[in-house]
Design a protein around this ligand. Structure first.
Ligand code: SIN
Length: 529
């Protein structure tokens, strides 16, 4: 059998095969903006999503609060937004990366308006601005009240509708030769196949499904992180998993749970316990609008102290709540809570991966031809704790840059051919066992004995053939969990959203981001069957 593929379709070493200049994995904000940029540069772009249909299935859709952007001609400035981002990031942001991304924000939002997105206005031609935790100014634009992600996704879905977007395509492996990308191994309804391509953009989103309950949709299984790690590409800051302070608590059910946007606090709601006492009084000068890590830790401490399963967000004083927050109102009413009359029960919930595949501010990774953008990437923007509403901003800015850089790389690299890969067998814990163990030992507060127990459970993961999307996701989650746990054990301090009860202080000597690979994190990693 020939190992040289022809340009057309046809079986090759048991695989179907195709060609592209740029493969984009993911259809959220970063993926679609990247794909549009690469397409605009004249490249043949193929967009892959494991979701069963397009549009659908992205975390972007669920974003509520908005997009943080320093507006020209306002009381705000890029410098102020940068300073707030650095303060929230607890010493681990890359200041140059923050400045580069923040300074490009207004332009990127204008591009998004060019794609058809519409934001709420305070008056004709003047966007309404709200506030969230850690922001010293009202600088967050929003849409549909609290449906910003849905509007961003809607506009991009329409703008990208003419692109070659393929649902039901699970990318199983990055293919590379001599540290340069040559394509991807994919499974679709026709079985395994290879797309030969000199440039690949990871835009696969986050990893909230590492935990029993999360604000993330079912597809947030750490896929891009695992693909990079399996290919030997370093990740960074993965111990910093942000727990949003206010996920709706409607009993111990798992899966995706509704977010109660931080903008509710920005408009004046207060966090109280069952006795009506403030949760954050005396904790931080910004009170309920302190950065997320501070508020989530304060809620966790109050729940531990009182033994209560949740705290409450009292939004009863906000006039016109239902009009300003229609998504939150609908979620509350569906759970039998009327936010106009009752405090909303909330708990911290797994929300965002501050770390990711290590990139520069144009999404370039350590592997030639491999780019990453959005939540899967670690540009240095978020450090140890992301500032609220900086994620859509980063996805927009870096997504566009990564798409353009991938197009340029593809043009320079020309035609490449991937080797047919061996089918991989990878360690995979059953999903529920993994989520329960992570929720028990690697959530808002961690310690060495819990993390060591978790590492032992991960080491016992059985090798599995990746025959289905579920197998692939379990293996990805197990791989990512192993690296998160290794990083969390090594960081013997508390910083940003990494809280160690056995090391409660911040250690100035550990104010460094440590790139890491899979080596040593999982003892049973297997290369092939
Ligand atoms: C929120 O609306 O509180 C979430 C926004 C974000 O995660 O940045």
């Amino acid at each position: 059998m020939s190992r040289q593929p022809s340009c057309g379709s046809g079986r090759w070493a048991g695989h179907w095969q195709q060609r592209a200049d740029v493969v984009v994995i993911g259809t959220g904000v970063a993926g679609l903006v990247a794909a549009l940029a690469a397409h605009r540069a004249g490249r043949k772009v193929v967009v892959l999503t494991k979701a069963t249909e397009f549009p659908g299935g992205t975390a972007t859709y669920y974003a509520q609060g908005g997009i943080a952007v320093a507006m020209p001609d306002s009381d705000d400035a890029v410098d102020t937004h940068v300073a707030d981002t650095l303060a929230a990031g607890a010493g681990l942001c890359d200041p140059d990366a923050v400045r580069s991304i923040v300074a490009d924000g207004y332009r990127a939002v204008c591009d998004l308006v060019g794609y058809g997105a519409r934001f709420d206005e305070a008056g004709p031609g003047r966007w309404a601005l709200t506030r969230e935790g850690g922001h010293s100014r009202r600088r967050i634009i929003h849409a549909g009240g609290d449906a910003t992600g849905a509007e961003v996704q809607r506009a991009l879905d329409v703008a990208a509708a003419h692109l070659d977007i393929r649902p039901n395509h699970v990318v199983l492996q990055l293919l590379h030769r001599d540290d340069a990308i040559t394509g991807v191994l994919v499974r679709n309804a026709d079985g395994p196949g290879v797309i030969h391509a000199p440039a690949v953009v990871l835009a696969t989103g986050g990893l909230g499904q590492l935990y029993t309950a999360t604000t993330n949709p079912p597809g947030s299984t750490g896929d891009g992180l695992a693909l990079a790690l399996w290919a030997g590409v370093p990740v960074c800051d993965v111990e910093f998993i942000q727990f949003h302070p206010t996920m709706l608590y409607n009993g111990p059910a798992g899966g995706r749970r509704p977010l109660i946007t931080e903008a509710v606090r920005g408009e004046g709601a207060r966090l109280i316990d069952a006795r009506g006492r403030s949760v954050t009084a005396g904790v931080h000068p910004m009170g309920d609008l302190a950065p997320r890590d501070v508020v989530a830790a304060a809620i966790h401490a109050r729940m531990t102290e009182t033994g209560a399963p949740c705290v409450y967000l009292d939004a009863r004083g906000i006039p016109g709540f239902a009009e300003r927050f229609p998504t939150v109102t609908a979620s509350c009413l569906a759970a039998g809570i009327d936010p106009a009359r009752q405090p909303i029960p909330v708990v911290p919930g797994a929300h965002y991966s501050c770390g990711g595949v290590r990139t520069d501010v144009s999404g370039r990774t350590a592997m030639s031809g491999l780019f990453a953008a959005g939540e899967v990437a670690r540009t240095g923007m978020h450090g140890a704790n992301r500032l609220a509403s900086n994620s859509l901003l980063e996805g927009l800015v870096v997504g566009g840059r990564a798409g353009a850089a991938a197009a340029e790389h593809a043009a320079a690299a020309g035609v490449v051919t991937a080797e047919p890969p061996e089918p991989a067998v990878r360690p995979a814990l059953p999903r529920q066992a993994l989520q329960e163990a992570m929720s028990r030992h690697a959530a808002v507060v961690r310690d060495e004995s819990g993390l060591a127990e978790l590492a032992g459970e991960l080491d016992a993961a059985e090798p599995r053939k990746l025959n289905t999307r579920n197998d692939f996701e379990d293996a990805a989650l197990t791989c990512v969990a192993a690296v998160v746990v290794a990083a969390a054990r090594e960081r013997t301090e508390s910083r940003g959203c990494h809280h160690r009860s056995d090391y409660p202080e911040t250690d100035p000597a550990q104010a460094v981001s440590v790139p890491r690979t899979l080596e040593g994190a999982l003892v049973t990693e297997v290369a092939c069957c």
